[in-house]
Design a protein around this ligand. Structure first.
Ligand code: HEM
Ligand SMILES: [Cu+2]
Length: 562
């Protein structure tokens, strides 16, 4: 029952679509745009490109590891692949895709016309885009001026002294350092925009306790980026000084400390995984209620849990360092702090289940991936708690049990939530629905592949298989398991290709979506699909947490949502 609302008026149709304009001017428009929607989409396209590249790198590694004593890849190339795969997936897929969704959605959900600093927004995107290209230049720039010699091969956390000039003589490590450094500059710029927009650009009536949960969580994510990215940036400057100006920050032989680099990296690294998972939570907070036909359970508790997670995630980093000899006091503190983070995380899981409970469940593609998220995030959390027990980690640190655990979070939770977000907001961005049959193919290929790969990956880990080995002997009992793990990666690749095909073909052939295909209640669904460049013809005035619901169902005004 779509109702026309005053804020839906369209002032100029051509403006919104760009139909009939020469392609060069359309391309020029995208390159020079400061519009949050276009910048958001460019982040997403960019990240999708690197998802395919990072996925291809994973496939090559899994072919190599599918059978024992394999020489499909050399150890040097394998080192480059896991370094580039890990770095790409975290910095050039996870971060940009989540910044992309944030950029596109936050102004629409808080009733604003754009982000607070549009030009900074464009600058942040282009410097992040350049950073990824610079990193990948290391693959092709093997010889000639500033030859990298090879792609970075020091792992995505680049531990000292492996990164010292003596062990990494070429420029490959510098491409890693500079690539991440520049993407950090872009991230801090975007975080500044996100935090300022949410605190200063909300429309009339949208008090903080009426704000949708997605902007709330991005507020926490933005704050974490500030606090977490800065130490890594500082450490990268120190590393570059060590490599070129003879300082000894991380040189244990000369009074420095290799463990110091680990502290710097993980003070960034652990909050970083929350910078990635928090927006996934935000997507769940918007999607699960709409497909359960119930408002979210426990709004205040959800806000408090998000803020709590943000703070606690800054105090757990050394659980990545249980095996470096921090001593019983240090280990005990980080065991305790890591276990505590499961409390606010648990609140979220229970509130999502309480929202679904007694609801009218609509199992459309966004909800299918959300249910996958819920189940897999729970498992990921449980293996995380297991690994937070230091004695357990002493046995399984740096094994494939750890690789399986973090992929359960990064793929099983975050990537599933991102897929759910695509299926949910694609109609708003394009005005068309994604194909449901193809969505089912994507879902089943990917979830079967995911469980084949990452469930079975835990077992060789328990049987002692270390990470980052390019091959293994035949008599270790890991053969069949690795073959199953690798076969799962093929299913995931096929599922991802079906998804990409659906994204492109639905843009031309998808069913018309209208402005509110899911009968939802946040402001982005109150304007046309795709939204006009100015978002709202009239600035909205809201009086509850479900502004569009109030307009569509004036008889159903709930004081609870005041
Ligand atoms: C979708 C299917 C994926 C497969 C099959 C896969 C497979 C792999 C493999 C085989 C490794 C190397 C393990 C080792 O030798 O130690 C690896 C490492 C890694 N992967 Fe993935 N991966 C996938 C997706 C992802 C995603 C989506 C992310 C992040 C968002 C990610 C992040 C990482 C990281 C951070 C590492 C560690 C790299 C290092 O040790 O330096 N992966 N992955
Ligand atoms: Cu951690």
């Amino acid at each position: 029952m779509a109702t026309t609302t005053p804020i839906m008026e369209v002032i100029d149709e051509t403006e919104a679509t760009g139909h009939g304009r020469p392609p060069v001017s359309v391309i020029y428009d995208w390159i020079t745009t400061v519009d949050h929607k276009k910048i958001g989409l460019m982040y997403i396209f960019y990240a999708l490109f690197f998802l395919v590249v990072g996925g291809f790198e994973a496939i090559l590694m899994r072919i190599q590891l599918a059978v024992p004593n394999n020489h499909f890849l050399s150890p040097q190339v394998f080192n480059q692949l896991f370094t580039m795969h890990g770095t790409t997936m975290v910095f050039f897929v996870g971060m940009p895709i989540l910044f992309g969704f944030g950029n596109y959605l936050i102004p629409l959900m808080i009733g604003a016309r754009d982000m607070a600093f549009p030009r900074l927004n464009a600058f942040s995107f282009w410097i992040s885009a350049f950073a990824g290209l610079l990193l990948y230049y290391s693959y092709i720039g093997a010889s000639g001026l500033y030859a990298a010699g090879s792609a970075p091969d020091v792992g995505w956390f680049a531990y000292a002294p492996l990164t010292a000039k003596v062990f990494s003589p070429g420029h490959s490590t510098d491409y890693w350092t500079l690539g991440i450094f520049l993407s950090g500059v872009g991230s801090i710029g975007t975080a500044l925009n996100i935090v300022t927009t949410i605190l200063c650009m909300r429309c009339e009536g949208m008090k903080l306790n009426r704000m949708p949960l997605l902007p709330w969580i991005y507020l926490v994510m933005g704050g974490l980026v500030f606090v977490a990215v800065s130490p890594l940036t500082a450490a990268q400057i120190m590393l570059t000084l060590d490599r070129y100006l003879g300082s000894h920050f991380f040189d244990t032989q000369a009074g420095g400390s290799a463990v110091l680099w680990m502290h710097f990296f993980w003070i960034f690294g652990h909050p970083e995984v929350y910078v990635l998972v928090l927006p996934a939570f935000a997507f769940m907070n918007e999607i699960i209620p709409v497909f359960s036909r119930k408002a979210i359970f426990g709004y205040p508790a959800m806000v408090a849990a998000s803020v709590g997670i943000g703070f606690i995630s800054l105090g757990v980093w050394a659980h990545h360092m249980f095996t470096v000899g921090l001593g019983p006091a240090g280990n005990t503190f980080f065991v305790f702090s890591t276990m505590v983070i499961s409390v606010p995380t648990g609140i979220k899981i229970f509130n999502w289940l309480a929202t679904i409970w007694g609801g009218k469940i609509i199992l459309a593609p966004p909800m299918m991936f959300s249910v996958g998220f819920l189940f897999q995030f729970l498992i990921a959390g449980l293996t995380g708690i297991m690994l937070s027990a230091a004695p357990f980690d002493w046995q399984l640190g740096n094994s494939y049990f750890v690789v399986a655990h973090f992929h359960y979070v990064l793929v099983g939770a975050i990537l599933f939530a991102i897929f759910a977000a695509f299926y949910y907001w694609y109609p708003k961005v394009t005005g068309r629905m994604m194909n449901v049959k193809l969505a089912h193919w994507h879902f089943w290929l990917f979830i079967v592949g995911f469980h084949l790969t990452f469930d079975f990956m835990h077992i060789p880990g328990l049987l002692g298989m270390p990470r980052r080995i390019y091959t293994y002997e035949a008599d270790r009992g890991w053969e069949i398991l690795n073959l199953i793990v690798s076969s799962g990666a093929i299913f995931q690749a096929a599922g991802t290709l079906v998804f990409v095909y659906n994204l492109v073909s639905s843009y031309f052939k998808g069913e018309n979506a209208g402005h509110d295909p899911w009968d939802a209640w946040t402001l982005e669904w109150s304007i046309p699909s795709p939204p006009p460049s100015y978002n709202f013809a009239i600035e909205p005035v809201v009086s509850s947490r479900r502004p569009l619901w109030d307009i569509k169902h004036p008889e159903d005004q709930d004081s609870e949502y005041e």
